[in-house]
Design a protein around this ligand. Structure first.
Ligand SMILES: C[S@@+](CC[C@H](N)C(=O)[O-])C[C@H]1O[C@@H](n2cnc3c(N)ncnc32)[C@H](O)[C@@H]1O
Length: 419
C-alpha cells in the first residue's frame, strides 16, 4: 500500500518511531498532506521519490519542535563547568546544538558561555535542525513568552521586549550559526571530530531503535575524543550503547566517549594536570579566575525538571539517575522510591524517573502509575506523555493513547505561536 511506503520513507529519512510519536499522528500528517496536495497516495509517494519540496512539507508536519530557553538547565551548568575546565587548553570552543529546533537551546548555550566569561571569538556555536520553519524562526530570534518558561540570570540583557514578543540581543545573535540539515543526511552535516560539546536532547525519545544507533554512530564521530555529549534528562544511553559513559557531572545525562583500556592509558593525564572529567575540582579554580560572580542558575520551578540546584533531594535524584544510566536499575529504583516518600513536595522528575526504571524492569502497570503521577504534577511533561501513550497502546487502549499523543504534539505553533 502506498501509505505504508510513505511511512517507510519517513522512517528511513528521519528514523521516527511510530510508537513514540503515535501511528495515528503519522497517519494524520500523511492524510493532511494528501488533502492539501490533492494527490492520491500513489501519486504522492511518486512525488516524494522525485525529491520535491513535498518531502520537507511532510517532515515539517511530523516533527515535534517543543523547546524553550534553558530547558533542563542542569545541562547548561554541565556545559559551563566543562568549558571552564578546558578554557586554558582550547583556543576555540566548539558547541553543536542538534536538534536546535527554533534556536532557544543554542542561544541558551551562548548566554551560558557569555555569562561564564567567554568572548565571541573564542566560541563557535552551531544550531542544526531538520525543520526549515524552525531554523527560520531561530535566525529571526523573535520569541513569545511560551519560550521563556525558566527564569535566568540577566535575562533582560539577552531578550528585549518587543510588543508581545521578545527579540534576541543583536550581539548575542551573532554568536550562533543556524543551518537546516538532517542528522541522518548524506553527506554528513558536520565535520568529524569537530565539537567539544554536543547537545542532542529530546530527539532520541522519538526515534526507533535502529535510528538511535545510527544517531549514536554519528555523534561519536562528530565529537572530539574527550568531548562532552549532553542528552535530555532521561535519555538513558546505557540502553542504546556502551560507547558513551556517564561523565560524573551534576547533570546525569552528561556523557563522554568510553575509553578503551589502551586509549585511557595513552591519554592518562600527567600527575600535575587534573583529569579532564573531574568537573567539580577544576570548576572551583577556573570559575574563580574567570568570573567569580558567575551565577546564572537560579531557583526554578522545582517540580518540572531535573535542575542543577544543589539541594539534598536533587542530589539524590541525580544519584538515582546516574545509577540507572549505569544499569543499576534495582538500586536506582530503591533510591528514587525512597526519595518520593520523604520529599516534602513531590516532583514530577522523580516520578518520571521511577516510571522509566519500572518500564525498563518490565513493570508496565507500575510505570503507568508513575507516569500518571508525573502528569498530575506537570501536565505537559513530554516524556511521560510519550511513554504513557506507548503503554496505553500496548495495553489495547488506542483512543487513550491517541488523546495523550494529541497533547504531546500540541506545539507552540498549534497554540498560536508564529511559525
Ligand atoms: C523536541 S525538539 C528538541 C529541541 C531541543 N534540543 C530541546 O531539547 O529543547 C526535537 C527537534 O528534533 C528535530 N529533528 C527531528 N528529526 C531530526 C533529524 N533527523 N535531524 C535533525 N533534526 C531533527 C525536530 O525538527 C525538532 O525541532
Amino acid at each position: 500500500m502506498a501509505n505504508d511506503r510513505i511511512r517507510q520513507w519517513l522512517r528511513e529519512r528521519i528514523g521516527v518511531d511510530p510508537c513514540a510519536l503515535g501511528e495515528d499522528a503519522i497517519d494524520r500528517a500523511i492524510n493532511r498532506r494528501l488533502h492539501e496536495t490533492g494527490l492520491s497516495p500513489e501519486a504522492y509517494y511518486s512525488t516524494l521519490q522525485a525529491g520535491s519540496d513535498e518531502r520537507q512539507a511532510l517532515i515539517e508536519s511530523v516533527i515535534v519542535p517543543e523547546t524553550w530557553f534553558f530547558r533542563e538547565r542542569g545541562a547548561f551548568a554541565a556545559l559551563t563547568e566543562w568549558a571552564l575546565s578546558r578554557w586554558e587548553h582550547i583556543e576555540r570552543f566548539r558547541v553543536l546544538s542538534l536538534p536546535c529546533s527554533s534556536g532557544e537551546e543554542a542561544y541558551s548555550i551562548a548566554i551560558a558561555l557569555k555569562e561564564a566569561g567567554w568572548k565571541r571569538g573564542q566560541v563557535e556555536i552551531h544550531g542544526i535542525d531538520i525543520s526549515e520553519r524552525s531554523i527560520e524562526k531561530a535566525r529571526r530570534g523573535v520569541y513569545r513568552s511560551n519560550s521563556i518558561r525558566e527564569d535566568f540570570h540577566h535575562r533582560e540583557r539577552y531578550l528585549h521586549p518587543r510588543s508581545h514578543e521578545f527579540e534576541i540581543d543583536h550581539e548575542l545573535k551573532s554568536w550562533v550559526d543556524f543551518r537546516q540539515a538532517n542528522l541522518f543526511g548524506d553527506p554528513e552535516p558536520v565535520k568529524s571530530g569537530w565539537y567539544d560539546v554536543i547537545f542532542c536532547r529530546n530527539l532520541m525519545i522519538y526515534l526507533n531503535e535502529n535510528a538511535r544507533r545510527r544517531a549514536i554512530d554519528r555523534l561519536e564521530r562528530w565529537i572530539k575524543p574527550d568531548g562532552l555529549l549532553l542528552m535530555g534528562a532521561v535519555e538513558l544511553l546505557s540502553s542504546i550503547t556502551d560507547r558513551f559513559e556517564p561523565v560524573g557531572s551534576n547533570w546525569p545525562s552528561a556523557y563522554r566517549r568510553t575509553r578503551s583500556v589502551e586509549a585511557s592509558k595513552a591519554a592518562a593525564p600527567s600527575p600535575s594536570a587534573p583529569p579532564p572529567h573531574s568537573l567539580l575540582n577544576t570548576r572551583t579554580e577556573s570559575a574563580k579566575t574567570r568570573n567569580s560572580n558567575f551565577r546564572y542558575i537560579e531557583p526554578t520551578r522545582g517540580e518540572s525538571q531535573l535542575t542543577g540546584s544543589m539541594d539534598v533531594q536533587t542530589d539524590t535524584l541525580i544519584q538515582a539517575q546516574r545509577l540507572a544510566n549505569e544499569g543499576n536499575l534495582g538500586e536506582a529504583l530503591e533510591i528514587v522510591s525512597r526519595l518520593i516518600t520523604v520529599e516534602p513536595r513531590p516532583r514530577a522528575a522523580a516520578f518520571y524517573l521511577r516510571g522509566v526504571i519500572e518500564q525498563a524492569l518490565d513493570h508496565p502497570r507500575l510505570a503507568e502509575e508513575s507516569y500518571r503521577k508525573t502528569l498530575f504534577l506537570d501536565p505537559a511533561h513530554e516524556g511521560a506523555l510519550a511513554q504513557l501513550a506507548l503503554l496505553r497502546e500496548r495495553g489495547g487502549d488506542g483512543p487513550g493513547a491517541a488523546r495523550l499523543r494529541k497533547r504531546l504534539t500540541r506545539t507552540p505553533q498549534t497554540q498560536g505561536e508564529p511559525s
